[in-house]
Design a protein around this ligand. Sequence first.
Ligand code: ZN
Length: 344
Amino acid sequence: MARNPHAFRPALILFRIQGGTMQHSPKELAYLSTIIKRTAAIRDWDTDLNSSGTKKISEVQCMQIVGEDKIFIATNPGEQDAVRHYLSGFGVNNALDFERCLFMSHELLSMRHQLFNDAVTVRLNNDTKRKYSGQEKLVIDSFRKPSFLAGNYLKLYQDMFNVINDGGTDPAGRKLSWFLRKLIACPVTTNAVKGTGAPLAVLYEYSKAVAVNVLDSIENVHAEIVLLTFLAEEVTTNPHMFENKVVHLGGAKKACAHCAAWIALYKRWMLNTYKVKVRTTENDGGDTRGEANAAETSQRPSRPALATLRGAPKLLFTSAGATDLHHLNTMADDEDLWLLKKHA
Ligand SMILES: [Zn+2]
């Protein structure tokens, strides 16, 4: 077999994307959440190359603590495994893998339709954001793009198409070939092997967090509240570790009315009691997206230990069938309450 002079070398792709610091603003996190949400749903990543199944994902949200090179990802109920399988399908082990995975996903999702059925005659066209929904385009077209997704990567595209055509002999190349072919629904099997390494387990304990973490979902609770509940458990357990920390949160969709009220109260509680500042897309130059139209109203998570704390956490973490927007809003807006607490 003639050797292709442009044969893919994994090391090239590895080094061509300059890994960022994994520090993202809330809007950049919304951008990343949107790529994850779409790519994890476009295929069932838990199936083999020839399977054409897809998954339904209604929401993905990401959270970071400023100064820590870790990212926490959560979904709406029952959707966390689709995200895990997507990241595992690429073999995401660390921050650089994560960035490569999202970079390639975003570039392929942004191209012309024929690419998805004909990997041999691929054409580049970055103008067509065809595979993103209208709601997702609000983020892709107008939110700040994370720096690792920017730049001119023409040679990288060529490498990607070479590896789509033939994964070569290198295990990393074959694994990448499988991932890219799965993404563009091109089930040709020359030298493509599904990655088996690095299945991303669901994270339950903050102390076991690695660079990229997917949290377990919570029944009847939306993604953003899953992340903030995880944070609250850790902050209330180890408050000294979080004093003066800033937390960034951003998702593919804007919060629904219930989550927005819940988060408003949560922000005041965290800042007032623990000096932890939570910043969302609204705090990152404003968020003009329409409020998410949630199919299922998010309930408050049940966390008995947190609910024993007086005041706001009692309201935030006592699960209730009927959501109590009025109480959440009233307490969040009670200036006297927060003023009193501040000077207590
Ligand atoms: Zn919600």
